[in-house]
Ligand binder design. Sequence first.
Ligand code: PLP
Length: 450
Amino acid sequence: MPRENAALFFSAPDRRPKKVVNPMSSKTSVPSQPQGKNFAAGSEAKSPPTTHVMPTYARQDVVFERGEGVWLIATDGERYLDFASGVAVNSLGHAHPKLIAALTEQAGKLWHTSNLYRVAGQEKLSDRLCKAAPFADKIFFCNSGAEACEGAIKTARRYHFANGHPERTRIITFKGAFHGRTLATIAAAGNEKYLEGFGEPAPGFDVLPFGDHEALQKAIGDTTAAIMIEPVQGEGGIRPVPIQCLKGLRELCDKHGLLLIFDEVQCGVGRTGKLFAHEWAGVTPDIMAIAKGIGGGFPVGAFMASAEAAKGMVPGTHGSTFGGNPLAMAVGNAVLDEVLAPGFLDHVQKVALRFKQQLAALKDEFPDMIEEVRGSGLLMGVRFKASTPSGDVVKACTTEKFLTVGAGDNVVRVMPPLNITEAEIGEAVVRLSKALKRVAADQAKAKAGA
Ligand SMILES: Cc1ncc(COP(=O)(O)O)c(C=O)c1O
């Protein structure tokens, strides 16, 4: 990939905790939430009540009981403008009437049969997804993004096994990536914070600094199976991979007989304004993981592959009890009805442009706080200068009843539902501006007191 694009990716976020916390100690909380300290920023200072829920998330002390479009209504009646979207999941907002109709209709007929039998909804959704992503011929449905990434990794390894090269198992990945929280996917991303305390990392991953062309060339060897990458890094801080880089990776894979895996768990299914983010680059993968948006809030994941790449995935090689069950498929098909409806993705691109412009104006208004506005479509990130911790911004936004999500690299993610209106975008920018004024006031107070 061209060197001039490399700089963007050299500084992988260091999200290691400052102190090692003993997870067995009842006096400490475990800092293992996906967004590190950013996510810990609660709406209020008071601690959440004690529960029996395992404390792996530092949850905000708010309980939502209802949703309507882009709004979440808490048990105390407060309304929140939701630009977190369940971390890029609620692609059509909350309580979308067509999703409710699809789910309830299916719920009255059949919930689950297992994958021992044909599932009509799976066959329908796989036909539609393969038509929409012409590189793909085969799909396996699962329940989450991590499972989708694991399945993608397994597919790549089985391809080489089927070709008589069982030694080709290594997957090249990149720093700052996030592929899930299973043992294989934490090893794939190589983030030490998420690996800590879980024993030897699963073998077979070469995690490289992004953009280091030489390291990439050197890492490819006789045992390399595939390169896996998010076309837009999500948890790492909303970093779109330059088009030339994606093209360069495709060329490298073709040259060395490797499979190219795109993790579109966060950036896929319309989030960037195309059905799949890789369409912007005109580059196709051999295998792709999707999840989040395709279920619109119902747990659905999938990995898709070309017939060639999927050749090793024969009967008995993979399975899931719940994956692709009739309820999940009914919702997945209903989400696709909307996202593929004429004009839907044009709408995403149009409002995304307005949003980007308004965020850029906010950067002009707060030049001492905002470093950069970046992202693709409605997967946007606002990167703050070091003097403004993104966790403080997330917290102030919550105080303004505006939900956002932290990410690596001191970024605040803003990811509204794809059917958001321009008026709702305008309201979000007003609330974000108020939150930044609040943070600025707190900073000024702290300075005066220092
Ligand atoms: C790019 C990417 N891959 C994989 C995952 C893991 O998905 P899940 O949490 O559904 O297992 C995520 C979740 O944030 C993600 O953003």
